[in-house]
Design a protein around this ligand. Structure first.
Ligand code: GAR
Length: 216
């Protein structure tokens, strides 16, 4: 399986996927990394891993659709089977969605459907939630609304700032995203009636993730 990663920033999730491919925890390879920001660290990470790295700045492209056409051309040139959005801070259009229908994954720093869109960690702090986390989902036409594949929860601690909570969530993202892609690469993910079904996954009804106050 060939993965195309779209990123805009630091690329730490890209790195987690690259590392998991290198260790064969993900039985697949990253075929291309596409980035819309010239100085994004994600590009350096791709180059260090000897993966084709493509800078596609969006500023001079006339429309979102035209931009996505260029993305699709690049993905197809590298024979990409599945697309991973890894901190890609652009809305995607039906052009990309249609070319890779039900084959685009995204990671988002909240327990969706709570706090979709921009500044998810800031939204969670503003709402006063005691538990937050991250979600890997299949992308559909909505903003962060697609079928959920994996989630992990973290506590929100007294005195947390956007930075401290985002860092705690990011650690879980680095566990969740490679795991989700590995399940995908193993052909274990099905979408049925708008829900993800992971084949061969036993239910774990005995496990509870709870906010820390519950164990006092
Ligand atoms: C991650 O926290 C990811 O969940 C978030 O951007 C960060 C990228 O970090 N994505 C979104 O907010 C998308 N709505 P990274 O560049 O180090 O992987």
């Amino acid at each position: 399986m060939r993965i195309g990663v779209l990123a805009s920033g630091s690329g730490s999730n890209l790195q987690a996927i690259l590392d998991a491919c290198a260790s064969r925890a993900i039985p697949a390879q990253v075929a291309v990394v596409i980035c819309n920001v010239a100085d994004a660290k994600a590009l350096q990470r791709a180059e260090a891993a000897r993966v084709p790295a493509l800078l596609l700045p969006h500023q001079k492209v006339v429309s979102r659709e035209e931009y996505d056409r260029q993305v699709v051309t690049a993905l197809q040139k590298h024979s990409v089977d599945v697309v991973c959005l890894a901190g890609f801070m652009r809305l995607i259009t039906p052009v990309l969605l249609g070319a890779y229908k039900d084959r685009i994954l995204n990671i988002h720093p909240s327990l969706l459907p709570a706090f979709p869109g921009l500044h998810a960690v800031r939204q969670a702090l503003a709402a006063g939630v005691r538990v937050s986390g991250c979600t890997v989902h299949v992308v559909d036409e909505g903003t962060d609304t697609g079928p959920i594949l994996i989630q992990a929860a973290v506590p929100v601690l007294e005195g947390d700032t956007e930075e401290t909570l985002a860092a705690r969530i990011l650690l879980q993202e680095h566990r969740c995203y490679p795991r989700a892609v590995a399940l995908w690469a193993a052909g274990r993910v099905r979408i049925e009636s708008g829900r993800v079904r992971v084949q061969g996954a036993a239910g774990r009804a005995d496990r509870t993730i709870a906010s820390p106050e519950l164990s006092d």
